[in-house]
Design a protein around this ligand. Sequence first.
Ligand code: NAP
Ligand code: GDD
Length: 346
Amino acid sequence: MGKKVALISGITGQDGSYLAEQLLEKGYEVHGIIRRNSSDSTGNLAILETGYHNPLKKVNLHYGDVTDSNNVDKLMRKIQPDEVYNLAAQSHVRISFDIPEYTANVDALGTLRFLESIVKNDLVKKTKFYQASTSELYGEVQEIPQTEKTPFYPRSPYAVAKMYSYWIVVNYREAYGVFACNGILFNHESFRRGLSFITKKVVNLAVKIKKGKMDKMFLGNLYSKRDWGYAPEYTEAMWEILQHDQPEDFVIATGETHTIKELVEEVFVNLGDSVRWEGEGLEEKGILNSNGQVVVEIDPHYFRPTEVNLLIGDATKAKEVLGWEAKTRFKDLVKIMVSDELKSMQ
Ligand code: NAP
Ligand code: GDD
Protein backbone atom coordinates (compact mmCIF):
# COMPACT_ATOMS: atom_id res chain seq x y z
CA MET A 1 0.00 0.00 0.00
CA GLY A 2 1.27 3.49 -0.89
CA LYS A 3 1.69 6.37 1.51
CA LYS A 4 -1.44 7.87 3.00
CA VAL A 5 -2.09 11.37 1.69
CA ALA A 6 -3.18 14.19 4.01
CA LEU A 7 -4.31 17.70 3.13
CA ILE A 8 -4.12 20.37 5.86
CA SER A 9 -5.82 23.73 5.51
CA GLY A 10 -4.31 26.26 7.93
CA ILE A 11 -0.91 24.54 7.81
CA THR A 12 0.98 27.74 8.67
CA GLY A 13 -0.90 28.15 11.96
CA GLN A 14 0.03 26.75 15.36
CA ASP A 15 -1.88 23.49 14.96
CA GLY A 16 -1.26 23.00 11.24
CA SER A 17 2.49 23.11 11.72
CA TYR A 18 2.53 20.56 14.56
CA LEU A 19 0.12 18.30 12.71
CA ALA A 20 2.22 18.42 9.53
CA GLU A 21 5.32 17.35 11.48
CA GLN A 22 3.46 14.52 13.19
CA LEU A 23 1.92 13.22 9.96
CA LEU A 24 5.31 13.27 8.23
CA GLU A 25 6.73 11.25 11.09
CA LYS A 26 3.90 8.75 10.63
CA GLY A 27 4.90 8.36 6.97
CA TYR A 28 2.17 10.43 5.33
CA GLU A 29 2.53 12.43 2.14
CA VAL A 30 1.54 15.85 3.49
CA HIS A 31 -0.05 18.67 1.50
CA GLY A 32 -0.88 22.07 2.91
CA ILE A 33 -2.77 25.12 1.72
CA ILE A 34 -1.00 28.45 2.20
CA ARG A 35 -2.41 31.87 1.46
CA ARG A 36 -0.61 34.37 -0.64
CA ASN A 37 0.52 36.94 1.95
CA SER A 38 2.64 40.05 1.42
CA SER A 39 4.88 39.09 4.29
CA ASP A 40 6.02 35.58 5.03
CA SER A 41 3.68 33.46 7.16
CA THR A 42 5.64 30.22 7.10
CA GLY A 43 7.67 30.76 10.29
CA ASN A 44 5.97 27.84 12.04
CA LEU A 45 6.99 25.56 9.18
CA ALA A 46 10.70 26.30 9.59
CA ILE A 47 11.46 22.79 10.80
CA LEU A 48 9.82 21.28 7.73
CA GLU A 49 11.76 23.49 5.38
CA THR A 50 15.02 22.16 6.72
CA GLY A 51 14.06 18.95 4.90
CA TYR A 52 17.38 19.30 3.05
CA HIS A 53 19.08 17.40 5.87
CA ASN A 54 16.23 14.93 6.18
CA PRO A 55 14.54 14.16 2.89
CA LEU A 56 11.62 12.53 4.73
CA LYS A 57 10.64 15.90 6.12
CA LYS A 58 8.99 17.34 3.04
CA VAL A 59 5.64 19.00 2.80
CA ASN A 60 3.86 20.00 -0.42
CA LEU A 61 2.56 23.55 -0.18
CA HIS A 62 -0.20 24.85 -2.48
CA TYR A 63 -1.40 28.41 -2.73
CA GLY A 64 -5.06 28.66 -1.89
CA ASP A 65 -7.80 30.13 0.21
CA VAL A 66 -10.84 28.43 1.69
CA THR A 67 -13.03 31.35 0.60
CA ASP A 68 -12.40 30.28 -3.01
CA SER A 69 -14.58 27.24 -3.88
CA ASN A 70 -12.84 26.65 -7.20
CA ASN A 71 -9.49 26.57 -5.51
CA VAL A 72 -10.65 24.17 -2.76
CA ASP A 73 -12.29 21.89 -5.32
CA LYS A 74 -9.30 21.95 -7.68
CA LEU A 75 -6.90 21.03 -4.87
CA MET A 76 -9.17 18.23 -3.65
CA ARG A 77 -9.38 16.74 -7.15
CA LYS A 78 -5.64 17.05 -7.70
CA ILE A 79 -4.50 15.72 -4.31
CA GLN A 80 -7.25 13.11 -3.74
CA PRO A 81 -6.44 13.06 -0.02
CA ASP A 82 -7.17 10.15 2.30
CA GLU A 83 -7.54 12.62 5.16
CA VAL A 84 -8.43 16.31 5.20
CA TYR A 85 -7.74 18.38 8.32
CA ASN A 86 -9.70 21.62 8.02
CA LEU A 87 -7.85 23.94 10.37
CA ALA A 88 -8.07 27.15 8.32
CA ALA A 89 -9.91 29.87 10.21
CA GLN A 90 -10.09 33.49 11.17
CA SER A 91 -9.41 32.15 14.63
CA HIS A 92 -9.44 35.29 16.79
CA VAL A 93 -12.64 35.62 18.81
CA ARG A 94 -12.45 39.37 19.52
CA ILE A 95 -11.50 40.22 15.95
CA SER A 96 -14.52 38.25 14.72
CA PHE A 97 -16.64 41.12 16.07
CA ASP A 98 -14.71 43.47 13.73
CA ILE A 99 -14.97 41.23 10.64
CA PRO A 100 -18.03 39.01 11.20
CA GLU A 101 -18.90 38.48 7.53
CA TYR A 102 -15.38 37.48 6.55
CA THR A 103 -15.20 35.22 9.61
CA ALA A 104 -18.40 33.46 8.50
CA ASN A 105 -17.08 33.03 4.98
CA VAL A 106 -13.90 31.33 6.18
CA ASP A 107 -15.02 29.57 9.36
CA ALA A 108 -18.48 28.43 8.23
CA LEU A 109 -18.58 28.25 4.43
CA GLY A 110 -14.96 27.12 4.16
CA THR A 111 -16.00 23.84 5.78
CA LEU A 112 -18.95 23.41 3.43
CA ARG A 113 -16.65 23.88 0.43
CA PHE A 114 -14.52 20.88 1.45
CA LEU A 115 -17.51 18.69 2.24
CA GLU A 116 -19.22 19.55 -1.05
CA SER A 117 -16.04 18.73 -2.92
CA ILE A 118 -15.87 15.31 -1.21
CA VAL A 119 -19.45 14.49 -2.20
CA LYS A 120 -19.34 16.01 -5.69
CA ASN A 121 -16.09 14.30 -6.68
CA ASP A 122 -17.11 10.87 -5.44
CA LEU A 123 -14.54 10.93 -2.65
CA VAL A 124 -16.96 9.79 0.07
CA LYS A 125 -15.44 6.30 0.32
CA LYS A 126 -11.88 7.61 0.15
CA THR A 127 -11.58 10.85 2.09
CA LYS A 128 -11.98 11.29 5.85
CA PHE A 129 -12.62 14.82 7.10
CA TYR A 130 -11.57 16.44 10.39
CA GLN A 131 -13.19 19.73 11.42
CA ALA A 132 -11.49 22.06 13.90
CA SER A 133 -14.47 22.62 16.16
CA THR A 134 -14.07 24.52 19.37
CA SER A 135 -15.02 24.90 23.01
CA GLU A 136 -16.18 28.42 22.05
CA LEU A 137 -19.36 26.64 20.89
CA TYR A 138 -20.31 26.26 24.57
CA GLY A 139 -20.06 30.04 25.10
CA GLU A 140 -22.47 30.89 27.91
CA VAL A 141 -22.02 27.44 29.35
CA GLN A 142 -25.10 25.36 30.02
CA GLU A 143 -23.25 22.71 32.02
CA ILE A 144 -19.99 22.36 33.97
CA PRO A 145 -17.81 20.65 32.83
CA GLN A 146 -18.65 20.59 29.13
CA THR A 147 -19.01 17.25 27.32
CA GLU A 148 -20.02 16.14 23.80
CA LYS A 149 -23.64 16.31 25.01
CA THR A 150 -23.59 19.82 26.49
CA PRO A 151 -25.86 22.19 24.50
CA PHE A 152 -24.14 25.01 22.60
CA TYR A 153 -24.63 28.73 23.27
CA PRO A 154 -22.13 30.60 21.05
CA ARG A 155 -21.17 34.12 22.12
CA SER A 156 -19.27 35.60 19.15
CA PRO A 157 -19.43 35.75 15.35
CA TYR A 158 -16.49 33.32 15.43
CA ALA A 159 -18.39 30.81 17.55
CA VAL A 160 -21.58 31.17 15.53
CA ALA A 161 -19.64 30.50 12.31
CA LYS A 162 -17.99 27.49 13.91
CA MET A 163 -21.43 26.27 14.98
CA TYR A 164 -22.48 26.15 11.31
CA SER A 165 -19.39 24.08 10.59
CA TYR A 166 -20.08 21.72 13.46
CA TRP A 167 -23.57 20.97 12.20
CA ILE A 168 -22.71 20.79 8.50
CA VAL A 169 -20.14 18.11 9.41
CA VAL A 170 -22.81 16.16 11.30
CA ASN A 171 -25.26 16.65 8.43
CA TYR A 172 -22.89 15.47 5.66
CA ARG A 173 -22.04 12.45 7.81
CA GLU A 174 -25.71 11.55 8.21
CA ALA A 175 -26.92 12.59 4.74
CA TYR A 176 -24.09 11.30 2.54
CA GLY A 177 -22.09 8.97 4.76
CA VAL A 178 -18.98 11.15 4.76
CA PHE A 179 -16.43 10.06 7.38
CA ALA A 180 -16.54 13.53 8.92
CA CYS A 181 -15.68 14.30 12.56
CA ASN A 182 -15.65 17.27 14.89
CA GLY A 183 -12.83 17.64 17.36
CA ILE A 184 -14.23 19.99 20.00
CA LEU A 185 -10.91 21.28 21.19
CA PHE A 186 -10.50 23.47 24.25
CA ASN A 187 -7.77 26.14 24.24
CA HIS A 188 -4.34 24.76 23.44
CA GLU A 189 -1.16 26.73 23.41
CA SER A 190 2.55 26.65 22.65
CA PHE A 191 5.49 28.81 21.60
CA ARG A 192 3.93 28.80 18.11
CA ARG A 193 0.69 30.46 19.26
CA GLY A 194 -0.10 33.77 17.53
CA LEU A 195 1.09 36.80 19.53
CA SER A 196 -2.40 38.21 20.00
CA PHE A 197 -3.71 35.23 22.02
CA ILE A 198 -3.52 35.62 25.77
CA THR A 199 -0.99 32.92 26.76
CA LYS A 200 1.57 33.86 24.14
CA LYS A 201 0.99 37.58 24.68
CA VAL A 202 1.53 37.38 28.45
CA VAL A 203 4.57 35.10 28.17
CA ASN A 204 6.18 37.17 25.41
CA LEU A 205 5.59 40.52 27.12
CA ALA A 206 6.51 39.29 30.60
CA VAL A 207 9.87 38.06 29.30
CA LYS A 208 10.45 41.44 27.63
CA ILE A 209 9.49 43.25 30.86
CA LYS A 210 11.87 41.14 32.93
CA LYS A 211 14.63 41.80 30.39
CA GLY A 212 14.00 45.55 30.73
CA LYS A 213 12.85 45.90 27.11
CA MET A 214 9.44 47.29 28.08
CA ASP A 215 7.59 48.52 31.16
CA LYS A 216 4.13 46.99 31.21
CA MET A 217 1.44 45.13 29.31
CA PHE A 218 -2.20 46.03 28.72
CA LEU A 219 -4.81 43.29 29.05
CA GLY A 220 -8.60 42.96 28.95
CA ASN A 221 -10.79 40.73 31.12
CA LEU A 222 -8.68 39.18 33.89
CA TYR A 223 -11.50 37.04 35.25
CA SER A 224 -12.45 34.69 32.41
CA LYS A 225 -11.38 31.08 32.90
CA ARG A 226 -9.88 28.78 30.31
CA ASP A 227 -8.97 25.10 30.08
CA TRP A 228 -5.48 25.39 28.55
CA GLY A 229 -3.61 22.38 27.14
CA TYR A 230 -0.43 21.86 25.12
CA ALA A 231 -0.95 22.09 21.34
CA PRO A 232 1.14 19.13 20.06
CA GLU A 233 -0.92 16.75 22.23
CA TYR A 234 -4.10 18.18 20.72
CA THR A 235 -2.96 17.74 17.11
CA GLU A 236 -2.16 14.12 17.95
CA ALA A 237 -5.79 13.81 19.09
CA MET A 238 -6.97 15.12 15.69
CA TRP A 239 -5.22 12.23 13.99
CA GLU A 240 -6.55 9.72 16.49
CA ILE A 241 -10.11 10.93 15.88
CA LEU A 242 -9.76 10.09 12.17
CA GLN A 243 -8.26 6.64 12.93
CA HIS A 244 -11.28 5.57 14.99
CA ASP A 245 -13.36 2.92 13.23
CA GLN A 246 -16.38 5.19 12.92
CA PRO A 247 -16.84 8.93 12.51
CA GLU A 248 -17.67 10.59 15.82
CA ASP A 249 -17.21 13.88 17.64
CA PHE A 250 -14.87 14.27 20.62
CA VAL A 251 -14.14 16.80 23.35
CA ILE A 252 -10.39 17.31 23.81
CA ALA A 253 -9.45 19.12 27.05
CA THR A 254 -7.39 18.90 30.24
CA GLY A 255 -10.28 19.20 32.72
CA GLU A 256 -8.50 22.01 34.59
CA THR A 257 -9.43 25.71 34.39
CA HIS A 258 -7.66 28.93 35.40
CA THR A 259 -8.27 32.67 35.25
CA ILE A 260 -6.19 35.11 33.22
CA LYS A 261 -4.92 36.48 36.54
CA GLU A 262 -3.62 33.04 37.51
CA LEU A 263 -1.92 32.82 34.13
CA VAL A 264 -0.14 36.15 34.68
CA GLU A 265 0.89 35.10 38.20
CA GLU A 266 2.26 31.74 37.04
CA VAL A 267 4.22 33.32 34.17
CA PHE A 268 5.99 35.74 36.52
CA VAL A 269 6.68 32.95 39.03
CA ASN A 270 8.48 31.14 36.21
CA LEU A 271 10.53 34.29 35.69
CA GLY A 272 11.61 34.31 39.33
CA ASP A 273 9.19 37.00 40.52
CA SER A 274 5.60 37.34 41.74
CA VAL A 275 2.66 39.66 41.11
CA ARG A 276 0.18 41.26 43.50
CA TRP A 277 -3.03 42.97 42.44
CA GLU A 278 -4.33 46.38 43.51
CA GLY A 279 -7.39 48.41 42.51
CA GLU A 280 -10.64 47.38 40.84
CA GLY A 281 -12.26 47.42 37.42
CA LEU A 282 -10.40 49.54 34.87
CA GLU A 283 -8.05 50.67 37.65
CA GLU A 284 -6.90 47.16 38.56
CA LYS A 285 -3.14 46.77 38.25
CA GLY A 286 -0.62 43.94 38.52
CA ILE A 287 2.48 44.93 40.49
CA LEU A 288 5.80 43.09 40.76
CA ASN A 289 6.61 42.19 44.34
CA SER A 290 10.36 42.41 43.67
CA ASN A 291 10.45 46.14 42.87
CA GLY A 292 6.91 47.59 42.92
CA GLN A 293 6.82 48.01 39.13
CA VAL A 294 3.33 48.14 37.59
CA VAL A 295 3.45 45.43 34.91
CA VAL A 296 -0.25 44.92 34.08
CA GLU A 297 -2.89 47.55 33.35
CA ILE A 298 -6.36 47.20 31.87
CA ASP A 299 -7.24 48.41 28.37
CA PRO A 300 -10.95 48.04 27.54
CA HIS A 301 -10.00 47.66 23.87
CA TYR A 302 -9.39 43.99 24.70
CA PHE A 303 -12.88 43.44 26.17
CA ARG A 304 -15.34 41.50 24.03
CA PRO A 305 -18.96 42.64 23.54
CA THR A 306 -19.99 39.23 24.85
CA GLU A 307 -17.49 37.16 26.81
CA VAL A 308 -17.13 33.43 27.40
CA ASN A 309 -16.57 33.42 31.15
CA LEU A 310 -15.79 29.80 31.93
CA LEU A 311 -14.57 26.85 29.92
CA ILE A 312 -13.67 23.48 31.41
CA GLY A 313 -13.87 20.31 29.36
CA ASP A 314 -14.56 16.69 30.21
CA ALA A 315 -12.57 14.52 27.79
CA THR A 316 -13.70 11.18 29.25
CA LYS A 317 -15.02 9.96 25.89
CA ALA A 318 -11.64 10.62 24.20
CA LYS A 319 -9.91 8.70 26.98
CA GLU A 320 -12.26 5.74 26.86
CA VAL A 321 -12.65 5.46 23.07
CA LEU A 322 -9.33 6.77 21.72
CA GLY A 323 -7.05 6.30 24.70
CA TRP A 324 -6.23 10.04 24.47
CA GLU A 325 -5.55 12.03 27.61
CA ALA A 326 -3.93 15.42 28.19
CA LYS A 327 -0.47 14.99 29.69
CA THR A 328 0.61 18.59 30.08
CA ARG A 329 -1.34 20.56 32.69
CA PHE A 330 -1.47 24.31 33.34
CA LYS A 331 1.72 24.70 35.41
CA ASP A 332 3.81 22.59 33.05
CA LEU A 333 2.36 24.38 30.03
CA VAL A 334 3.40 27.77 31.43
CA LYS A 335 6.84 26.39 32.27
CA ILE A 336 7.31 25.11 28.71
CA MET A 337 6.09 28.35 27.13
CA VAL A 338 8.30 30.57 29.31
CA SER A 339 11.32 28.37 28.71
CA ASP A 340 10.79 28.34 24.91
CA GLU A 341 10.28 32.11 24.90
CA LEU A 342 13.47 32.71 26.88
CA LYS A 343 15.42 30.49 24.49
CA SER A 344 14.06 32.35 21.46
CA MET A 345 15.17 35.70 22.92
CA GLN A 346 18.71 34.66 23.85
P1 NAP B 1 -4.10 29.85 13.81
O1 NAP B 1 -2.72 29.73 14.37
O2 NAP B 1 -4.79 31.17 13.85
O3 NAP B 1 -4.03 29.34 12.30
C1 NAP B 1 -5.06 29.57 11.40
C2 NAP B 1 -4.62 29.09 10.04
O4 NAP B 1 -5.68 29.31 9.11
C3 NAP B 1 -3.40 29.83 9.49
O5 NAP B 1 -2.60 28.91 8.78
C4 NAP B 1 -4.03 30.83 8.52
O6 NAP B 1 -3.17 31.22 7.48
C5 NAP B 1 -5.15 29.96 7.97
N1 NAP B 1 -6.20 30.73 7.31
C6 NAP B 1 -6.89 31.78 7.80
N2 NAP B 1 -7.79 32.22 6.91
C7 NAP B 1 -7.66 31.41 5.81
C8 NAP B 1 -8.28 31.37 4.55
N3 NAP B 1 -9.23 32.25 4.20
N4 NAP B 1 -7.91 30.41 3.67
C9 NAP B 1 -6.92 29.54 4.00
N5 NAP B 1 -6.28 29.54 5.17
C10 NAP B 1 -6.64 30.47 6.07
O7 NAP B 1 -5.08 28.80 14.51
P2 NAP B 1 -4.72 27.51 15.39
O8 NAP B 1 -4.60 27.93 16.82
O9 NAP B 1 -3.64 26.75 14.75
O10 NAP B 1 -6.10 26.72 15.29
C11 NAP B 1 -6.35 25.84 14.21
C12 NAP B 1 -7.84 25.67 14.04
O11 NAP B 1 -8.40 25.14 15.25
C13 NAP B 1 -8.61 26.94 13.76
O12 NAP B 1 -9.69 26.58 12.91
C14 NAP B 1 -9.15 27.37 15.11
O13 NAP B 1 -10.32 28.14 14.95
C15 NAP B 1 -9.42 26.02 15.73
N6 NAP B 1 -9.31 25.93 17.18
C16 NAP B 1 -8.21 26.38 17.82
C17 NAP B 1 -8.10 26.24 19.18
C18 NAP B 1 -6.87 26.71 19.91
O14 NAP B 1 -6.94 26.83 21.15
N7 NAP B 1 -5.76 26.94 19.25
C19 NAP B 1 -9.14 25.62 19.91
C20 NAP B 1 -10.25 25.15 19.22
C21 NAP B 1 -10.33 25.29 17.85
P3 NAP B 1 -2.19 32.52 7.62
O15 NAP B 1 -0.96 32.02 8.29
O16 NAP B 1 -2.00 32.92 6.20
O17 NAP B 1 -2.93 33.54 8.43
N1 GDD C 1 -6.47 37.77 23.21
C1 GDD C 1 -6.56 38.39 24.40
N2 GDD C 1 -5.81 39.52 24.61
N3 GDD C 1 -7.38 37.89 25.33
C2 GDD C 1 -7.45 38.52 26.51
C3 GDD C 1 -6.71 39.67 26.80
C4 GDD C 1 -5.84 40.21 25.81
O1 GDD C 1 -5.15 41.20 25.98
N4 GDD C 1 -6.98 40.04 28.07
C5 GDD C 1 -7.86 39.18 28.55
N5 GDD C 1 -8.16 38.25 27.62
C6 GDD C 1 -9.12 37.12 27.77
C7 GDD C 1 -10.18 37.07 26.70
O2 GDD C 1 -11.21 38.02 26.98
C8 GDD C 1 -10.62 35.62 26.82
O3 GDD C 1 -11.59 35.49 27.84
C9 GDD C 1 -9.35 34.88 27.25
O4 GDD C 1 -8.41 35.90 27.63
C10 GDD C 1 -8.72 34.00 26.18
O5 GDD C 1 -8.55 34.78 25.01
P1 GDD C 1 -7.72 34.21 23.74
O6 GDD C 1 -6.38 33.76 24.16
O7 GDD C 1 -7.82 35.28 22.68
O8 GDD C 1 -8.51 32.90 23.34
P2 GDD C 1 -10.07 32.57 23.19
O9 GDD C 1 -10.41 31.66 24.35
O10 GDD C 1 -10.89 33.75 22.99
O11 GDD C 1 -10.09 31.75 21.83
C11 GDD C 1 -9.10 30.74 21.55
O12 GDD C 1 -9.55 29.49 22.01
C12 GDD C 1 -10.73 28.99 21.36
C13 GDD C 1 -11.07 27.64 22.01
O13 GDD C 1 -11.76 27.85 23.21
C14 GDD C 1 -8.86 30.75 20.03
O14 GDD C 1 -7.78 29.91 19.75
C15 GDD C 1 -10.09 30.23 19.29
O15 GDD C 1 -9.74 30.08 17.89
C16 GDD C 1 -10.46 28.86 19.87
O16 GDD C 1 -11.61 28.35 19.23
